[in-house]
Write a protein that binds this ligand. Structure first.
Ligand SMILES: [Zn+2]
Length: 149
């Protein structure tokens, strides 16, 4: 990966998520640890996945890794799946990550919903209940921070 080059490209924005999705994501953010604490992971072929950046849907900058919460689980014996939610403070925008790491030869490939092996983020357009959700999301972050201290 070259310097100054984003580790991921982004998909065009998805349609606005449904309010119950936002609720689920806020809840997951509250419950899940910072994603970076769960990396690196080692795949069955000994390939090491160092981690994944969450690129803000709005400003295109990497989201502060402490603000990316999520989990890694084994969806298949050889495939690790990551689901995470990142919150870009300056933009107040939530970016959702959902991808899989699959062994390929001695290395690994990253799979998003598209099948081109590019790193992609799932991006959302602020819907009308957005401000309400951002409020809730901030409260969740405050709660998580309080718990850590
Ligand atoms: Zn941003």
């Amino acid at each position: 990966m070259g310097k100054g080059q984003s580790p991921m490209s982004t998909n065009p924005p998805l349609p606005a998520p449904l309010p119950h999705h936002l609720d689920q994501w806020a809840k997951a953010y509250e419950e899940d640890p910072a994603l970076h604490t769960q990396f690196p992971i080692t795949l069955p072929n000994a390939a090491v996945v160092p981690g994944i950046a969450c690129i803000c849907a709005r400003c295109g900058k990497p989201v502060d890794r402490e603000m990316v919460h999520g989990r890694v689980f084994w969806s298949l014996p050889t495939v690790a799946t990551t689901e995470a939610t990142g919150y870009c403070k300056p933009c107040q925008v939530i970016t959702r990550i959902n991808c899989r790491f699959r062994p390929r030869g001695d290395d690994f490939q990253v799979e998003w919903f598209s099948k081109d092996n590019l790193w992609r983020t799932q991006v959302m357009v602020p819907p009308s209940p957005w401000q309400k959700f951002v409020k809730r999301f901030k409260a969740a972050i405050a709660m998580a921070n309080r718990r850590r201290r």
